[in-house]
Design a protein around this ligand. Structure first.
Ligand code: SF4
Ligand code: SF4
Length: 284
């Protein structure tokens, strides 16, 4: 595969690419989710600047129109990403969109994020479409800890809860990472850091995902909301300590911007979403 991790470090803003010269667009085509993270709060609005938020959900063909418009406004975009607002594999829309992107803009890097529940069983499609980079959110590799972060999963038509759900999720995440990494896809892992729950577990996660084939690791500080609204967000020192523990095993990404599911432009720079969706982003 042409886009190795080394290439992506130059051309992909989320893998270390120069944030001032390369940008990304998120196409919000994936409405539903198949797991229930206790901190998740998906919203459709114009104001909030965090993951899981979008102005609207697009169909794959609308996403292509938005992409064309975005490339005119911001030719620096090198990455077409899909990061929600739900899970990219819970419905077929993300992979359909990537097929359109591949056909109409083969020069763009295709990047997606997923909770990984269906990563193993949909890996062949992801490989065949030529998705170059996949981010998997792995919040624990110990089912007892994961069960404190996730209420349930919907898997093959059945709801599983607690530790049983966590066991299935973790197994599929690690098997899925291995399968796509073996095929040459660059895998980044995100972990939502909840100090009281997985704070002491970060090194175990980093080690396990590195062994499975991930090459870069990103710690996302908890935004206390939903069922975890009583938890405290990590302070800078806790984030630094977690990064140091993870860094013993895997490269650590340090510039997470908490992007919306419909972000457009340079990481941390001007967001063109206001022009594309006529939305208003505070501070942009
Ligand atoms: Fe929300 Fe993402 Fe968790 Fe699904 S995987 S519940 S969209 S945070
Ligand atoms: Fe890809 Fe995630 Fe970066 Fe979006 S935020 S471009 S999905 S790595």
């Amino acid at each position: 595969m042409a886009n190795t991790y080394q290439n992506l470090q130059k051309s992909h803003p989320c893998f270390g690419g120069n944030k001032n010269t390369v940008g990304r667009i998120h196409l919000p085509v994936s409405p539903g989710c198949n797991i229930s993270c206790k901190f998740c709060d998906r919203r459709i609005n114009d104001e909030e600047e965090r993951p899981g938020v979008t102005s609207k959900v697009l169909t794959p063909s609308q996403a292509l129109e938005v992409l064309d418009k975005a490339l005119t406004l911001c030719p620096e975009i090198t990455v077409a990403g899909i990061a929600g607002p739900g899970d990219t594999l819970a419905t077929d829309y993300a992979l359909e969109t990537f097929r359109l992107v591949k056909e109409h803009h083969p020069e763009l890097i295709k990047c997606m994020s997923t909770n990984g529940l269906l990563l193993f069983e949909r890996a062949d499609e992801i490989i065949e479409i030529g998705v170059e980079s996949v981010t998997v959110t792995v919040n624990a590799v110990d089912p007892e800890i994961e069960a404190k972060l996730n209420r349930w999963i919907l898997y093959h038509g059945r709801i599983y809860e607690g530790v049983q759900a966590a066991e299935i999720l973790i197994e599929n995440q690690l098997k899925g990472i291995k399968k796509i990494a073996d095929a040459g896809i660059t895998v980044k892992v995100n972990t939502v850091l909840v100090p009281n729950i997985n704070g002491a577990h970060i090194e175990d996660i980093a080690k396990a995902v590195k062994e499975a084939g991930a090459c870069i690791y990103n710690i996302i500080p908890l935004i206390p909301q939903s069922e975890l609204s009583h938890e405290t967000a990590p302070v800078c020192q806790e984030i630094d300590e977690a990064r140091t523990m993870a860094g013993k095993h895997i490269d650590v990404f340090r510039h997470c911007q908490h992007c919306r599911a419909d972000a457009v432009g340079m990481l941390g720079g001007k967001d063109f979403g206001d022009m594309i969706y006529q939305r208003r982003i505070a501070g942009s």
